[in-house]
Design a protein around this ligand. Structure first.
Ligand code: PMP
Ligand code: GLU
Length: 381
């Protein structure tokens, strides 16, 4: 048989998903593995959201819909962006897709010509580089200063005539850190001066414990060059629903919609009705989950620090990013095979020497995981 796509064969599988699958297999074979490798809220989707979806199914909302997403959801998203983020994009600039991951890929397809460059700020989430490469773009990596995990002028060195886009992710997966106003201003200046698009992934916006969330799309002169990405997976514990969105200037939204029309059409109609209920309903569920994540964060970071590890500023999301001062692939493997705790090595995020621990798990589970890691580290050769 003729060889399959060289482009795809050179792209690694998603580390977050692969390691979690390995932990699942170990569990199925009888090993008592604690899985802290995937970023997924352990809470059930709030009841009023699932009820709205069930109602939609019972009311026969089971047909094809507008490819950009149902108007009711796009209106609610547009309203949310105005109120929470000072991003003023009408419903026609909103594209609802099958998870923020799908939106990010659509944005790449819509914006990139072959060989155009996309600056990715490391440590970076595992799927940015593959999305750029699948769409034919060229990823250019820039590392954050590991002390404060903020940006400085050195970012300018990565900008060339071919730079089309910069990807931002605040709060960050994997570090948990939040970009400061100064860092965002620097990116905004660079984007305006060099005619570059900012793709701002704000999926962890609601899970922020220190500092305030800022959307670069609200900065002066950024409204016509920002694609704001967000979704329902993290804030509303709706990972399996697969609903995310992009808010973008009209021409970009139209191009993304074309990609959508020829690939997914749109996400499941009844799932979009659940998302309407999430945005329009009582928001105390979000605050309750955030409060729970906050106490887990304090516990896990405290434990790791007491073991002697340096932890990145855990200001948002639900990850502790730990500097293990050694080979993260080897240590992550040993934490899994010997201590039976699954985590994700920093190498997967272009940050060797670090390990990401998701604290989106019950407190008792986290306590047992910390006990196992401490015991392993105490006797490690
Ligand atoms: N961006 C980041 C930084 C993420 O961690 C995730 C988690 N999967 C996503 C985007 C995609 O989220 P989803 O596709 O579930 O909306
Ligand atoms: N974003 C989560 C993570 O990083 C979910 C898995 C994925 O989509 O990568 O673990």
């Amino acid at each position: 048989m003729k060889p399959l796509s060289e482009k795809i064969s050179s792209i690694p599988p998603s580390a977050t998903i692969e390691i979690t699958d390995r932990a699942r297999r170990m569990k199925a074979e009888g090993t008592d593995v604690i899985s802290l490798s995937i970023g997924e809220p352990d809470f059930d989707t709030p009841r009023h959201i699932t009820d709205a979806c069930i109602d939609a199914l019972n009311e026969g909302k089971t047909h094809y819909e507008a490819s950009q997403g149902i108007p009711e959801l796009r209106e609610a998203i547009s309203e949310k962006l105005k109120t929470d983020n000072e991003v003023d994009i009408g419903a026609s600039g909103i594209v609802v897709a099958c998870g923020a991951k799908n939106n990010i890929y659509e944005a790449m397809e819509a914006c990139l010509n072959p060989c155009e460059e996309v600056v990715i700020i490391d440590p970076s989430w595992v799927s940015y580089e593959p999305a750029v490469r699948i769409a034919g773009g060229v990823p250019v990596h820039h590392s954050l200063n590991e002390k404060g995990f903020q940006l400085d002028d050195s970012l300018l060195e990565k900008i060339t005539a071919k730079t089309k886009m910069v990807i931002l992710n605040t709060p960050s997966n994997p570090t948990g850190s939040v970009l400061s106003k100064d860092s965002l201003n620097l990116v905004a200046d660079i984007c305006r001066d060099n005619d570059i698009i900012a793709l701002s992934d704000e999926i962890y916006e609601k899970l922020i414990y220190e500092k305030d969330h800022l959307s670069i799309g609200s900065f002066d002169g950024m409204d016509d060059r920002t694609i704001t990405i967000n979704g329902f997976s993290k804030a509303y514990a709706m990972t399996g629903w697969r609903i995310g969105y992009a808010a973008a200037p009209q021409d970009m939204a139209k191009a993304m919609t074309k990609v959508q029309q020829h690939t997914i059409s749109h996400p499941a109609t009844f799932a979009m009705w659940g998302a309407v209920a999430a945005l329009k309903g009582d928001q105390s569920c979000v605050a309750d989950m955030r409060a729970e994540f906050d106490s887990r964060r304090k516990y896990v970071c405290g434990e790791l620090k007491s073991m002697g590890f340096t932890v990145a500023p855990a200001e948002g999301a639900f990850y502790a990013f730990v500097n293990i001062n050694g080979d993260d692939m080897e240590r992550g493997d040993r934490w899994l095979s010997e201590a039976h705790v699954a985590t994700t090595p920093g190498t997967a995020f272009n940050a060797p020497g670090w390990i990401r621990i998701s604290y989106a798990a019950k407190m008792d589970t986290l306590k047992e995981a910390m006990r196992r890691i401490r015991e392993f580290e105490d006797r490690r050769d």
